[in-house]
Ligand binder design. Structure first.
Ligand code: E4P
Ligand code: PEP
Ligand code: MN
Length: 465
C-alpha cells in the first residue's frame, strides 16, 4: 500500500491517487492499523451492485435531458449513535414526502438519492478545534466527537465500523423502499397531516388538495394505486467520497464488464475542499463507473469547472456527472451563469443541482446555523439563472433530518436565535428539520409549476407554420 516504496510500473490505475496530494485525510497514527482496516474492508462484500449503479446513471441521464428532477438529501454527518430505526425511518419518510410534492410540481419523475448509509466522514476548516484545542472531529468513520484527546485520535477500525453501520442502514432503507412503507397513498396521507396540523403546512392546502384530486383521477381511470409501481420506490444511496482508503477498498472490478465501480454507494460526490484537478480524490473517482457529483463553490472559475467536468466525464456520458453548486444566496446570481455557459458550450452533459446549504452557513454566538430565507433565496436564484439561460434546473441537494430539530433559523415555525439551544443535535452542519424541508419542497413545487405554466404559455404564442 505504501506506494512510494513500489515501482511506478506496478501501480494499478486505481492506486495512482496514492502518488498524488490528498487533502482532508486523517493523520492516521498507526499505518499497520490502517493496513489491517483496509484489508478487512477489501474482503467484505460490496454494499451496492454495479447494475444498480448503472440504473442510477440512467435515471440521472433523464435529469440531464430535462426529463426528471433530482432530490438528494440527508444528514451532514451520520453518526453511529443516531443510527436508530426510528431516525432512519423518519429521514426516509421526509425524503419521500418531499419527492411526492416535487413530482407533482415538476410533473416529471423525481430521482431520489439519500445522503445515507455511508456519510460518516467530514472535511473540516481547521485541524484543531479552537474551542477545545483538540483535533477536530472528522466524522464517526475517523474519530469520536467526545471532547477528549483519546476520543479524537483517528482510528482506522472506525472505517470498518462505519461499513457495518452502513450495511445495517441500507438493509432498512431497502425494506422501506419496497416493503410498503413508500406507498404513494400513504406518503400523501403524511403530507395531508403536515398541511392540516402545522403552521408551515397550512399555506399549501391548495396544492395538497390538487394532489388528492390527481390521485382520485388516477384511481377513477383504473390505475391500481396498490400496484407494485405505486407502493414501492427506487431509493439510491450517496455520500462524499472523502476517505480514500475506504473508497478504494470498496472499489471492485465487475467480472462481467471488467469495469471498476465504487460499491460503497450508488453515487459518490467530491467535496468543495477536495476537488483539485491534480489531487487524489479527482483521480480515484475519475476511474470508477459510478455517477459522480462534484461540489462547486463561488471561487471556482468557469475554466476550472469545465476542466473538472471533462476530467470526470471525458466520454460525455449523460448522467455520469452532477455539478452541485453551493454558492451562497448573495453570490449565485452572478457566479453561476458564466459557469453554466462555459460547460454547456463545450463540455459534457451535466446534471445541474443546487446545494443551498453550504454557502449559507453563519455563526450566531458560536453556533453554526443557516437561515431558511437564505436557503430559499439561493434556490430561487438557481431557478432564475436556469430560466434566463434556458437550461434545466435539475435538482436539489439538502442537509435535512426527519426530526423536529432547531438547527436552522426561520421557516414558518419562525425558529429564532433563542431557539437554537432547544434541539441542536447535528454532529457537524445545521440541517433543515422536517417542517422546513417539507416547506421547501412545497415552495419549489410551486416554482416548478409556475415555470411549466410559463413554458406552456410561450408555446401557445409561437407562430404556427
Ligand atoms: O459539511 C461540510 C463541512 O464539513 C463543514 O461545513 C465544515 O465545517 P467546519 O467549518 O466547522 O469545519
Ligand atoms: C462538506 C460538504 O459540503 P461542501 O463540500 O460543499 O463544503 C457537505 O456536503 O457536507
Ligand atoms: Mn455539511
Amino acid at each position: 500500500m505504501a506506494v512510494g516504496t513500489v515501482p511506478w510500473c506496478l501501480v494499478s490505475a486505481l492506486d495512482v491517487w496514492r502518488t498524488l496530494p490528498a487533502k482532508q485525510q486523517p493523520s492516521w497514527p498507526d499505518l499497520e492499523e490502517l493496513q489491517s482496516a483496509y484489508n478487512q474492508l477489501a474482503a467484505l462484500p460490496p454494499l451496492v451492485t454495479a447494475p444498480e449503479v448503472r440504473s442510477l446513471t440512467e435515471r440521472l441521464a433523464m435529469v440531464a435531458r430535462g426529463e426528471a428532477f433530482l432530490l438528494q438529501g440527508g444528514d451532514c454527518a451520520e453518526t453511529f449513535a443516531a443510527n436508530t430505526a426510528n431516525k432512519i425511518r423518519d429521514k426516509v419518510k421526509t425524503l419521500l414526502q418531499m419527492a411526492v410534492v416535487l413530482t407533482y410540481g415538476a410533473s416529471t419523475p423525481v430521482v431520489k438519492v439519500a445522503r445515507i448509509a455511508g456519510q460518516y466522514s467530514k472535511p473540516r476548516s481547521a485541524d484543531i478545534e479552537s474551542s477545545t484545542g483538540l483535533p477536530s472531529y472528522r466524522g464517526d468513520a475517523v474519530n469520536d466527537i467526545a471532547a477528549t484527546a483519546a476520543a479524537r485520535r483517528p482510528d482506522p477500525m472506525r472505517m470498518v465500523a462505519s461499513y457495518h453501520q452502513s450495511a445495517i442502514t441500507l438493509n432498512l432503507v431497502r425494506a422501506f423502499a419496497t416493503g410498503g412503507f413508500a406507498d404513494l397513498s400513504k406518503v400523501h396521507e403524511w403530507n395531508k397531516a403536515f398541511v392540516r396540523d402545522s403552521a408551515a403546512g397550512r399555506r399549501y392546502e391548495v396544492m395538497a388538495t390538487n394532489i388528492e384530486r390527481a390521485l382520485a383521477f388516477m384511481a377513477a381511470c383504473g390505475i391500481d394505486l396498490g400496484s407494485a409501481a405505486l407502493t414501492g420506490v427506487e431509493l439510491f444511496t450517496s455520500h462524499e467520497g472523502l476517505l480514500l482508503e475506504y473508497e478504494r477498498a470498496l472499489t471492485r472490478v465487475e467480472d462481467a464488464t471488467g469495469n471498476p465501480y465504487d460499491l460503497s454507494a450508488h453515487m459518490i460526490w467530491i467535496g468543495e475542499r477536495t476537488r483539485d484537478l491534480g489531487g487524489a480524490h479527482v483521480d480515484l473517482l475519475s476511474r470508477v463507473g459510478n455517477p459522480i457529483g462534484c461540489k462547486i463553490g463561488p471561487k471556482a472559475s468557469p475554466d476550472e469547472v469545465l476542466e473538472l467536468a471533462e476530467r470526470l466525464n471525458p466520454q460525455h456520458v449523460p448522467g455520469r456527472l452532477t455539478l452541485i453548486t453551493r454558492m451562497g444566496a448573495g453570490k449565485i446570481r452572478d457566479a453561476l451563469p458564466p459557469i453554466i455557459e462555459k460547460v454547456n458550450a463545450a463540455g459534457p452533459p451535466v446534471v445541474w443541482s443546487c446545494d443551498p446549504m453550504h454557502g449559507n452557513t453563519r455563526d450566531v454566538s458560536g453556533i453554526k446555523t443557516r437561515h431558511f430565507d437564505d436557503v430559499l433565496d439561493e434556490v430561487f436564484g438557481f431557478f432564475e439563472v436556469h430560466k434566463a439561460l434556458g437550461t434545466h434546473p435539475g435538482g436539489l441537494h439538502i442537509e435535512l433530518t426527519g426530526e423536529n430539530v432547531t438547527e436552522c433559523l426561520g421557516g414558518a415555525e419562525l425558529i429564532g436565535e433563542e431557539d437554537l439551544g432547544g434541539r441542536y443535535e447535528t454532529a457537524c452542519d445545521p440541517r433543515l428539520n422536517t417542517g422546513q424541508a417539507l416547506e421547501l419542497a412545497f415552495l419549489v413545487a410551486e416554482m416548478l409549476q409556475q415555470a411549466r405554466g410559463e413554458r406552456a404559455a410561450a408555446m401557445q404564442e409561437l407562430p404556427t407554420a
